[in-house]
Design a protein around this ligand. Structure first.
Ligand SMILES: [Zn+2]
Length: 215
């Protein structure tokens, strides 16, 4: 297991990547990592591209402040709910990727079988209903979906991804936005052809072999 110091270094690194890859802007987004019975989380109101280790906040699994001078992320309730519902999850990433968010504003669903590696890793990507950001509403709209999916789009409000560790959760966020770029390209070229059902079946079998839930 990584030490708290190492986890803080990873959070800073991943936040910089989220910012560099335009998955967040200004003070958007939040990241948390579970270390034993503690949660290390990004602070509220800070540009994550410039985050420093000393700004990371430590809370317990009920959200009570243990260490840090700022305020924990305003989406803490949503993070806490994910860890409560999915004990195997080690990290949660919330970002505002522009293409994914644009898809949700346009009402274009990603609940289709289009890209094989997405079917293999994330199944399909459902969209949670609109909720007012930074309120308990976000936790409520993801409550049912997060039990079955590792990547969710939040209507008009980016996405949430989870993983066994921070790298895995980050990878899913990066892949989500890349998927949106690929599908946007296909839409601009005129059409999106879905994967044939026979091929989808093979990919679902791959998930079963890997011990993943069928989408
Ligand atoms: Zn947000």
């Amino acid at each position: 297991m990584q030490t708290e110091r190492q986890v803080k270094q990873w959070i800073v690194r991943i936040c910089r990547m989220l910012h560099q890859k335009d998955l967040i802007a200004a003070t958007d987004g939040n990241v948390s990592v579970k270390v034993g019975n503690k949660l290390l989380t990004t602070p509220s109101g800070v540009n994550k591209g410039f985050l420093e280790e000393k700004q990371i906040i430590t809370v317990d699994l009920e959200g009570r402040l243990l260490e840090g001078t700022g305020q924990p992320t305003s989406e803490l309730e949503m993070h806490l709910l994910v860890y409560r519902l999915r004990p195997e999850v080690g990290a949660v990433v919330h970002a505002h990727p522009p293409l994914i968010t644009g898809f949700s504003i346009a009402g274009v669903s990603l609940e289709e079988f289009i890209l094989p590696e997405v079917v293999m890793t994330m199944g399909v990507i459902p969209t949670a209903a609109y909720a007012t950001p930074a309120t308990g509403e976000v936790a409520e709209v993801i409550r049912e979906l997060i039990k079955g999916y590792d990547a969710l789009i939040l209507e008009r409000h980016g996405a949430v991804t989870v993983g066994l560790d921070l790298m895995e959760a980050y990878n899913k966020m990066e892949k989500l936005e890349h998927t949106a770029l690929v599908i946007l390209t296909a839409l601009q070229l005129g059409r999106v052809r879905l994967l044939p059902p026979r091929e989808v079946e093979k990919l679902i079998q791959f998930r079963v072999v890997k011990g993943l839930k069928p989408p």
